[in-house]
Design a protein around this ligand. Structure first.
Ligand SMILES: *Cc1c(COP(=O)(O)O)cnc(C)c1O
Length: 404
């Protein structure tokens, strides 16, 4: 690292609140699926800002759409209509099959909105204020107090107790554990269609169906968090579309704006008509023209560039290459995931392997201590996968020594 970059990092540590142990790099610009640091060093990026930059860096059509919106208007209040929000909401309805959209500024805020939707929906039915939500162990839904309350990881929550009340936890893919938490106060069951931070665990078809049936029988809202696994990441526009069910409420963010901070929670007409009403929820920035111009363009580009076909083709190839790698190294336990959301599960912590890869010009990220997570841009090619595998292999060898 140059003295100059070291100086930037020192300045960062003087000014920013230290809530992250950051990798020792200052990124400066991006081009396609490559990043460049302030020293001009090139990196292959298999993180894409944690499943955000789906269309690759420096996408000209996307950038132009933002630039022209900046020259028109960046912000108005939600007390007025604006064209980009109208366009974005229409397109989001189309790709999701949901009926009502509320734009937020982040994933956590989308979760907050989903929680409020569930509570209001139940409140309108019986006038009571003691409803319960069932969430999953090892889930991750964000850092605000409501989102933290449904995040099934005590480590994130402990210092910030008390959480919002009446949250119960079950295990993903264990329907009996969900049944054990259901009471006559249950108003919603919330989970990620593919758990991300918790270790890349896709929900099983059986679990999805049983939860759907339970929710139908008891008028409980099935709420799916698609913030990480949605927007094409596993080969369908939203991950739940791979299954023969539909949620009542869903959240999206991360790749929704491809870098412009924006999220949304969506619901069916039935839920929309009997939950949040005028005055119940709001946001100053949410759904502003700049954010919505990004959403609108992202959805257009997904179609124009046939992103889903690419995810399905390259995702299958990534799976194959990771499986080969897992078979070669005894320190690798298994591979899990779907499409371009994959996890390589190690029998050891992965921090030093990720650091070694960084030095070799490959950006990777963990999920938990022992899983390397692969959430690249959705426009990567087989050649990029090969390049990644080569560097990862060298990095594991460097740390672990020659195997088998
Ligand atoms: C990232 C993430 C969130 C939180 O989104 P933020 O934009 O960081 O608030 C919520 N749920 C899932 C599944 C996520 O991956």
């Amino acid at each position: 690292m140059s003295l100059e970059m070291q100086k930037y990092i020192d300045e960062a540590e003087q000014a920013l609140l230290h809530t992250y142990n950051r990798y020792q790099v200052v990124f400066d610009r991006g081009e396609g699926v490559y990043l460049y640091d302030t020293d001009g060093k090139k990196y292959l990026d298999f993180v894409s800002g944690i499943a955000v930059f789906a269309l690759g860096y420096h996408n000209e059509a996307y950038n132009d759409a933002l630039k022209s919106q900046i020259d028109k208007i960046i912000h108005t209040s939600n007390y007025y209509y604006n064209m980009p929000a109208i366009e974005a909401a229409k397109k989001l309805k189309e790709i999701s099959g949901m009926d009502r959209v509320f734009f937020t500024n982040s994933g956590a805020e989308a979760i907050e909105g989903a929680i409020k939707t569930a509570r209001k929906y139940a409140f309108l039915k019986d006038g009571k204020t003691d409803h319960e939500i069932i969430a999953m162990n090892h889930s991750f839904h964000g850092r605000t107090m409501g989102a933290l309350s449904v995040t099934g990881n005590p480590h994130y929550r402990e210092a910030f107790e008390p959480m919002i009340g009446n949250i119960r936890f079950a295990d993903l893919n264990d329907f009996d554990s969900v049944m054990a938490q259901v009471t006559d106060k249950t108003c919603a069951i919330l989970f990620e269609t593919v758990q991300g931070e918790g270790g890349i665990y896709p929900a099983t078809e059986d679990f999805m169906r049983k939860v759907r049936t339970l929710c139908d029988e008891r008028d409980i809202l099935m709420m799916l968090d698609e913030i990480q696994c949605g927007m094409g990441r596993i080969g369908t526009m939203f991950a739940w579309q791979r299954y023969d069910i539909k949620p009542d409420v869903m959240t999206t963010a991360k790749a929704l704006g491809c870098g412009v901070p924006v999220g949304a929670f969506l619901m069916t007409e039935k839920v929309g008509a009997s939950s949040l009403a005028a005055g119940d929820h709001g946001t100053t920035y949410g759904g502003n023209p700049l954010a919505c111009a990004a959403v609108s363009k992202v959805i257009d580009l997904f179609e124009e560039q046939d992103v889903l076909a690419n995810v399905n083709r390259v995702g299958a190839y990534l799976e194959k290459r990771l499986d080969e790698l897992a078979a070669k190294f005894s320190c690798v336990e298994t591979r899990r995931g779907a499409g371009l959301m994959q996890g390589l599960v190690f029998e050891r912590p992965v921090g030093d392997i990720i650091t070694a890869a960084m030095e070799r010009g490959l950006v990777l990220i963990n999920a938990g201590t022992s899983i390397i997570r692969f959430v690249p841009s959705l426009v990567i090619t087989e050649e990029h996968v090969d390049e990644m595998i080569t560097i990862l292999r060298q990095s594991i060898l460097q740390i672990e020594g020659e195997q088998n």
